[in-house]
Design a binder for this molecule. Structure first.
Ligand code: UDP
Length: 455
């Protein structure tokens, strides 16, 4: 009889996991761990044994024997003993030590292999392009969260900065808790998950920007705006409510002229009123940029405004004329946008911005992707990652009518309302700030008692 066709497509073969085995350099450890590496490799996993040159050489015959059976056993050699060591050069295994006095330097110098070992691990991962693009599900998250190494590189993971990463982690480990600029109504499931993972309190106190209630406070945050608040608000006042798309990529990311021109053309082609922030460094990149921006402004006079330098972003996002924001998804920008009920086009560049995009688009439903999948360098990339057609299309989608756009606007408005309530007396962030202050306030008698004790 004919066999029934499978109802689902076979799962494509996934990349095998990579196991890195680091035995202590004594036969009693190396022998069983090499056996384990063989077992892993036989079952299709990738197995690498990290050891010193002499110990790797001792395993050559095992590796050759395995290779004849088409089992690949990899060795990575970390030089040992280090230059200036008191140990003889071949002193790489406990069975070679000749003097009890050698044990102490032996252990300490082995411990120092942690640095080259750490360098090997990120280097190995970074070298493999396929590996960079591989998608990983983040375990333990309340919703499916997928990342790649390229879009979620973490902080200080470069071999040269590992020591900073470790110090930062250690400081976090010893902290009493974490203060986060968000609010529970926005992402309670992630806050709970973070609290559980940390095993200590997480105080959500935001959106912190909402503490700036009057126009003066809103306009003076960060640094002095090169573009006066009056000029910006005067221009925005002349636009219809909710009609303007605000475009800014934060304080760090810089675009080279080619990419800058695509953004400008896209905004022009969208037909949507726009307020676009171009940084001084971007304007100064070449005289051509300056001229090109002036030409764009005259072509879009009345509808487009190019602000050069630093604008009072909070004053912009809280203005009624602003109905959408093309953002790089820096957390501050995204949160302020949400706090003022403004939906977003997401164009992440680096750091945590791709994760923030997932939150805005997939979890909160307040964003639409411009469609970038890989990070760009901090100060711009020669490659044009987003073409003018894509900019025009996504800006029209954000600002136009239709069910999806209306739904994004509605959700953004709702979160904006919740953000405002969170910061008011009786709200979640207001209450958390009270609890934070209380948990660090010692009762009077205790303080007095301590003063007494310390004379
Ligand atoms: N910002 C501003 N005016 C500008 C550019 C940026 O006020 O012209 C502020 C913005 O409001 C936010 C911060 O700079 O508070 C940028 O932080 P974010 O996390 O959004 O991105 P980053 O600059 O760290 O990439």
């Amino acid at each position: 009889p004919a066999m029934a066709a499978p109802t689902t497509a076979p799962t494509p073969p996934s990349q095998p996991p990579h196991f890195i085995l680091v035995p202590f350099v004594a036969q009693g450890d190396i022998i069983p761990l090499v056996d384990l590496a063989l077992l892993l490799a036989e079952r299709g996993a990738r197995a690498t044994v990290v050891t010193t040159p002499l110990n790797a050489a001792r395993q050559r015959r095992v590796a050759e024997h395995a290779a004849r059976r088409r089992v690949l056993l990899e060795f990575v050699e970390l030089p040992f003993p280090p230059p200036g060591s008191v140990l003889p050069p071949d002193c790489q295994n406990a069975d070679i030590l000749t003097d009890v006095a050698q044990f102490i330097p032996f252990f300490f110098e082995l411990r120092d292999l942690a640095t080259p070992f750490d360098a090997y691990v990120p280097d190995d991962a970074a070298g493999d392009e396929e590996e960079e693009e591989k998608r990983y599900d983040v375990p333990g998250m309340p919703v499916p969260v997928t990342v790649t190494k390229a879009t979620a590189p973490g902080f200080f993971n470069h071999p040269a900065t590992l020591v900073l990463r470790d110090e930062a982690m250690e400081t976090m480990r010893t902290a009493d808790g974490m203060v986060v600029n968000t609010f529970v109504e926005l992402e309670h499931q992630f806050v709970e998950c973070y609290e559980k993972a940390l095993g200590k309190p997480v105080w959500t106190l935001g959106p912190l920007s909402l503490c700036n209630r009057d126009a003066e406070a809103m306009a003076t945050r960060g640094k002095t705006a090169t573009v006066g608040k009056e000029a910006i608000t005067a221009w925005l006042d002349g636009q219809a409510p909710g009609s303007v798309v605000y475009v800014s990529f934060g304080s760090i990311a810089r675009k080279l002229p080619k990419q800058l021109f695509e953004v400008g053309h896209g905004l022009e082609d969208s037909g949507v009123p726009f307020l676009w922030v171009v940084k001084e460094h971007e304007v100064d990149a070449s005289p051509e940029v300056r001229e090109w921006l002036e030409a764009l402004e005259s072509r879009t006079a009345g509808r487009g405004h190019v602000a050069r330098g630093w604008v009072p972003q909070l004053a912009v996002l809280s203005h009624l004329a602003v109905g959408g924001f093309v953002t790089h998804c820096g957390w501050n920008s995204l949160l302020v946008s949400i706090a003022h009920g403004v939906p977003v086009v997401t164009w992440p560049h680096f750091a945590d911005q791709f994760i923030n995009e997932q939150l805005a688009v997939d979890v909160l439903g307040v964003g639409v992707r411009v469609g970038v999948t890989s990070p760009v360098m901090l100060f711009g990339d020669e490659a044009v990652v987003v073409a003018r057609e894509d900019v025009a299309k996504v800006v029209s989608a954000l600002m136009g009518g239709g069910m999806e756009a209306d739904e994004r606007r509605k959700k953004a408005r709702e979160y904006g309302e919740k953000a405002r309530r969170a910061m008011e007396e009786g709200g979640s962030s207001y209450g958390n700030l009270t609890r934070l202050i209380e948990s660090f306030s010692r009762p009077e008698p205790e303080v007095k008692e301590q003063l007494k004790l310390h004379g």
